[in-house]
Design a protein around this ligand. Structure first.
Ligand SMILES: Nc1nc2c(ncn2[C@@H]2O[C@H](COP(=O)(O)OP(=O)(O)OP(=O)(O)O)[C@@H](O)[C@H]2O)c(=O)[nH]1
Ligand SMILES: [Mg+2]
Length: 421
């Protein structure tokens, strides 16, 4: 059954104090994409430059009146403002306008709630939603009572609202604990992989940059891709063998957004930190986006917050099939760290990217030349299993081989080295 689209009035506010490279048009375009991702349709748009925020209504009274008129004239269901509103401001606006008013964080949380599939993803979103709700829980006590209540739960003198707050705090604590368990399972697996010397390579980038498409092209992972924001929320990892026979694990995860709400960064921290713990980051940039430099900068800002901005990084200049002229790429290759231009969709220059990944990871491999005693076939098998055997000869006294191996395994063979030091 098709759901009718909610009619939205989009209000894009820029504060006098906002500096930066995002224009009204840029902000509007991104907000529109966010609304589309929520099955809303933008029927009216409004911009507003604010000298200062009004504590009661956030916007000036004149603007609120204008909004009210537009809402009535166009039968609008919802007003969405690209700012962070205090609970009281949101309520006051709703009272004035007579319709639902939503801020940017709530809009993004809503998209995340629609998209989360895995148990962990759902828990992370719920945590972010509850933390968003807590400070806003004023006078909504009656509605919240559905969540809990019951005989014996209300302490003497405690108001309904305090009970609701306490219940939510308890739920937040419980979610945090449960998330920790889920996460520690995964970090154990990651640690095992890293102990095995298999490098972890993480795809990072702005939402819609083409990370999942690239994962699919490189590994046939079958990850869902879509032209819209926040298609992927749950991480997915796949093994990949590079042309130099090195095994790596490549992982795709949630995309970033300019000024990603703090609650989301906090509750997705485990996922994001795992991404950041990679041996190599592949930063996918959609160079066909008119403002791709802004998007690149936003991703770098989130990476900085995760303390991962100085990790080894390859910049993938993606969607080059959409460029009218490729002349711009020459300059971009000089501007961005270890840049490789590709089309994840058509496969153009994927070999170039694979070579760059191998190059960046080469320091994790070691080449050994050894003469292994005949009773150490276990080490011959190890070399085959964990690395790449370049040359092997079976002599009457020893098995001589040259192989590239992750450093840990190379160390095990080293005592049989025949290379002169
Ligand atoms: N023309 C063209 N389109 C591409 C290319 N790479 C990805 N796309 C398209 O861009 C859109 C987004 O791709 P995804 O792979 O879903 O992007 P993502 O980075 O995983 O996005 P999120 O999961 O939302 O963070 C899809 O419609 C893809 O088909 C490319 O090289 N060329
Ligand atoms: Mg994706």
């Amino acid at each position: 059954m098709s759901q009718s689209l909610e009619k939205v009035l989009l209000v894009v506010v820029q504060l006098k104090t906002d500096r930066g490279t995002w224009t009204f048009d840029d902000l509007m375009a991104e907000m529109e994409e966010l609304v589309n991702a929520c099955h809303g349709t933008v029927v009216e748009k409004m911009t507003c430059r604010l000298e200062q925020v009004s504590s009661g209504l956030y916007l000036g009274e004149g603007k609120v009146k204008e909004i009210k008129e537009l809402v009535q004239a166009n039968d609008i269901d919802t007003v969405i403002i690209n700012s962070d509103l205090k609970g009281s401001q949101q309520r006051n606006l709703e009272e004035e306008i007579g319709k639902k008013v939503i801020d940017r964080t709530q809009l993004i949380l809503d998209i995340f709630a629609r998209r989360a599939k895995s148990v962990e993803g759902k828990m992370q979103v719920e945590l972010a939603q509850l933390e968003y709700l807590l400070p806003r829980l004023v006078g909504h006590g009656v509605e919240m009572s559905r969540l809990g209540g019951g005989i014996g739960t209300m302490g003497p003198g405690e108001t309904k609202l305090e009970v609701d707050r306490r219940r939510i705090r308890e739920k937040v604590d419980r979610l945090r604990r449960e998330l920790k368990d889920v996460t520690s399972d995964r970090s154990l697996r990651r640690k095992k992989r890293q102990d095995d010397g298999i490098p972890l390579v993480s795809l990072v980038g702005y939402t819609n940059a083409g990370k999942s498409t690239l994962l699919n092209t490189l590994t046939q992972a079958g990850q869902v891709t879509h032209d819209g924001l926040f298609t992927t929320l749950d991480s997915l990892s796949r093994q990949l063998i590079l042309p130099n026979h090195q095994k790596i694990v490549l992982s795709d995860t949630v995309g970033f957004l300019h000024e990603l709400p703090h609650h989301l960064i906090e509750s997705f921290k485990a996922t994001l930190e795992e991404t950041a713990s990679a041996d190599l980051l592949i930063h996918v940039v959609d160079v066909s986006h008119p403002k791709f430099r802004n998007l690149h900068a936003s991703v770098m800002a989130v990476l900085k917050e995760l303390d991962a901005h100085e990790k080894p990084m390859i910049t993938v200049l993606n969607k080059i099939d959409r460029l009218e002229s490729k002349a711009v790429l020459r300059e971009l290759k000089l501007t961005f760290t270890n840049a490789v231009a590709v089309s994840a969709l058509s496969g153009e220059n994927i070999p170039g990217l694979l070579a760059e990944i191998a190059q960046q990871l080469s320091s994790l491999l070691e080449t050994v030349e050894v003469a292994l005693p005949l009773d150490r076939m276990d080490l011959v098998n190890l070399a085959h299993k964990e690395g790449h055997v370049n040359v092997i000869t079976y002599d009457s006294d020893a098995v001589r081989l040259s192989a590239s191996l992750p450093k840990k395994f190379a160390g095990l063979l080293q005592k049989f080295s025949i290379r002169k030091r």
